[in-house]
Design a protein around this ligand. Structure first.
Ligand code: PAF
Length: 280
């Protein structure tokens, strides 16, 4: 596996790969790799000649300086995992080369970003869209792989790819869960043992909402979920939303057979986690 940090070097390498007729599958990450990332890498390896994985803890998408400071950084361990999992190139750029000047460009995704993560983390999707477009330009992949856990991120990137004619195919991989149901996330490493134990209740809350959905109004479901999580002192629910799968707009009632997503965000102690279930 090659490890590349220079922007000009990654562009040179991917140009060579493309001109030899090979296809590139790209898995962008912020590192602290877990089994969910590995599924993305394995799927990318099964569908492309070459897999490029990026590891870059992107400062522009953190709206909380402490969250950025504490985000797990494990480059050497991650490199070993990638090497053992059929990754051909690890691209790990420096923030100073990615952002030599303060950013001026602003993305606006309209109502797609005024709800859920966009509402609670102002500026987050501007940072995500900026870094993902830079990475797409640098790596120039045929396919790019994202996890369903960040459903709003995936939806926004799909909009960006369509609106700006990025010439690549996006693949959304289903959520990978721990045996007790907790969605895999790099942030899970920051949970204490006691927090880790209660964290599984986020998924249980989603399952409760899913059970209630056919028969109850959405306000009732939100209250039932809040009541379910209330006894856990170290869980602070931020939102539970039932949204239209395409527009991400919150529903007050499920009408007809439209696809919906149940989305949750909560603090477990100091660690903010998100999860979702899609119902087609
Ligand atoms: O999902 C992530 O890990 C990040 O948001 C991404 C897509 C790598 C952009 O920094």
């Amino acid at each position: 596996m090659q490890i590349i940090s220079s922007l000009s070097e990654i562009s040179k390498q991917v140009d060579q790969i493309r001109s030899s007729g090979k296809t590139i599958g790209f898995v962008p990450t912020m590192g602290a790799l877990h089994a969910g990332h590995l599924q993305l890498i394995r799927t990318a390896a099964s569908q492309n000649s070459v897999v490029v994985c990026s590891i870059f803890v992107n400062p522009t998408q953190f709206n909380n300086a402490e969250d950025y400071r504490l985000y797990p950084r494990l480059l050497e361990e991650d490199a070993r995992i990638l090497e053992a999992n059929k990754c051909s190139i690890l691209f790990a750029p420096d923030a100073t080369e990615m952002y030599p000047e303060p950013l001026v460009i602003q993305f606006n995704f309209g109502t797609l970003e005024t709800v859920m993560e966009g509402k609670y983390r102002p500026g987050h999707f501007n940072g995500v869209a900026t870094v993902v477009s830079k990475l797409f330009h640098l790596v120039n992949p045929h396919k790019a792989y994202f996890g369903q856990k960040d459903l709003q991120q995936y939806t926004i990137i799909r909009q960006m790819v369509n609106d700006l004619n990025f010439n690549l195919k996006l693949v959304c991989h289903p959520i990978v869960r721990e045996p007790d149901g907790l969605a895999m996330s790099s942030r899970n490493r920051r949970l204490s043992a006691a927090e880790r134990q209660v964290a599984t209740n986020l998924y249980r809350a989603l399952l409760l909402a899913q059970d209630l959905l056919p028969a109850y109004e959405i306000n009732y479901i939100k209250k039932a979920v809040a009541d379910f999580l209330q006894p856990y002192n170290n869980i602070k629910l931020e939102y539970l939303e039932v949204v239209n799968l395409k527009s991400l707009q919150p529903l007050t009632q499920r009408t007809g057979e439209e696809g919906v997503a149940l989305c949750i965000a909560a603090f477990i102690g100091e660690v903010r986690l998100i999860d979702n279930i899609i119902i087609q």
